[in-house]
Design a protein around this ligand. Structure first.
Ligand code: PGA
Length: 250
């Protein structure tokens, strides 16, 4: 399966900076057959800009969240139908920053994943343990609980999600999980998926957390690491392209 390298811009960007970044990406990709599938998940106000700059290129785009509700009196929320208006292919759901700072529960994350799938948007479902949970030996239990809620909600559509394992202690810290640590958790998640879908091998399981141009190759060489969800390094075209190029050929 071709790897998927997805950028998560988080709350970064500005019209001029986005344009420069995307133009550099497109230039860097011209004339090469990209080693991986690619996407950028951007702040909602920039979706129109990203759609106009990336249409017809090999880089897909998406949002960083989606409302669990269909429409109505939910001030500040962005619906899946609105994301569809801008041809979003992906929506990140359950990023640890949303779980931590916005109180998102497993049940809410699952409802968001379900809403996205219902609209033909692929949810990039994030799971991951905190440092305290890892140190307490609870890593497997935590990620399995987070994934179980989504499987319960999306049922037969489980093979259509993208999963991202993002250890919270590795996000934005410069501390990456070792390839072995990440592979171990990815294998646990793959096994859990295999109980829920006949085609667990079709689900991309991305690693996220300080993945960069230097460590990407060793992470992406692991059998159950199917790509990356890239924060900081996705804001620099050169770094993002080097991560894409580090993807092993299929
Ligand atoms: P990072 O972020 O690459 O900056 O650690 C990854 C993420 O939060 O998705």
């Amino acid at each position: 399966m071709k790897k998927l390298i997805a950028g998560n811009w988080k709350m970064n960007g500005a019209l001029a900076a986005n344009e420069a970044l995307l133009r550099s990406l497109i230039t860097g990709l011209s004339g090469v057959a990209p080693a991986a599938d690619m996407a950028v998940c951007v702040p909602a106000p920039y979706l129109a800009q990203v759609q106009s700059l990336l249409s017809g290129t090999p880089v897909a785009w998406g949002a960083q969240d989606v409302s669990a509700h269909e429409q109505g009196a939910y001030t500040g929320e962005v619906s899946g139908a609105m994301l569809k208006d801008f041809a979003c292919r992906y929506a990140i759901v359950g990023h640890s920053e949303r779980r931590q700072f916005h109180g998102e529960t497993d049940a809410l994350v699952a409802a968001k994943a379900q809403r996205a799938l219902g609209l033909g948007i692929t949810p990039i479902v994030c799971v991951g343990e905190t440092l305290a949970e890892r140190e307490a030996g609870d890593t497997e239990q935590v990620v399995k609980r987070q994934l179980a809620a989504v499987i319960h909600a999306v049922a037969h559509c489980t093979s259509e999600i993208v999963l991202a394992y993002e250890p919270v202690w590795a996000i934005g810290t410069g501390k990456t999980a070792t390839p072995e640590q990440a592979q171990h958790v990815h294998a646990v998640l793959r096994k859990q998926l295999s109980a829920a879908t006949q085609h667990p091998e079709r689900v991309h399981i991305l690693y996220g957390g300080s993945m960069n141009a230097t460590n990407a190759a060793s992470l992406l060489a692991q059998p159950d690491i199917d790509g990356g969800l890239i924060g900081g390094a996705s804001l620099k075209a050169d770094d993002f392209l080097r991560i894409v190029a580090a993807s092993p050929a299929v």
